[in-house]
Design a protein around this ligand. Sequence first.
Ligand SMILES: [Zn+2]
Length: 296
Amino acid sequence: MKEKLAEKLKRKGILLLDCGMGTNMQKAGLKNGEECGELWNADSNRDKVLQLHRSCVEAGSDIIITNTFGANPIKLTHYRASDRVEELNREGARLACRAAGDEVLVAGDIGPTGDILEDWGGTRSRDEIRRGYERQVTGLLEGGVNLIILETFMDVEELLLAFEAARKLSELPVIASMTFEAGPNGMRTMWGMTPEQVAQRLEEAGADAVGANCGMGTRDMLQVAGEMVKGTSLPVAVQPNAGVPELCGGETFFPETAEQMAEVAGEFKTAGVKILGGCCGTTPEYIASVKSRLGL
Ligand SMILES: [Zn+2]
């Protein structure tokens, strides 16, 4: 049986996550906005997903994240695939587990629905969203994940619905990660919460680790990380982007190099971050650079 997340953390002190799945899949040919990346888990592109997971394992990730970020029924409806939620999550989990081998942990990835809760004037009820996430968790569990990661959420209430689904169906550890933006009042979620408030809220709810990912590069993320650490006694997990994307000749370009991210890695450690990876624009090379810089 694989070492549990908490044991692994205790033994190693700091754990490495993997790199941004979506942007790497686009490099591998996924048509952004037109094509559903999660369908790759169950079609002839599945080897590309497997290969990306393997590259992250080779680069030194302790935890790899399944290609299931948008595999909830609401998002899959846009691709007429809402009847395939369990299958796409199960197959995504299986691919990651194949690449992970005996040592590396597999985190089942769950992202936001992209819709707004009824409570805030949207059209989706809490029940509908929670039930959708239960289907997603069911597939991830069938595929054999070792933990669950809820990431890139902007609304903590939506994240908590996914959290309830995970807790209802399993006892696996849950990493709960939100996205922040830098504004005139400092770091805030889209709905105005500070990193400290988010960390407290997620700890109270019973998450095993809390964190922040996407939306910003390493420097801003370092600030968010420091504030989160203040708000919680739980392990803090962060995944910065490779800088803020710029448009360059119609192509999205991420300005921070692997070397630049590695330079900040020690500061994340000093700030108290326990789980570190990369989000959009990062590649296995970033993970390898961070690993080498931290002497892991
Ligand atoms: Zn991202």
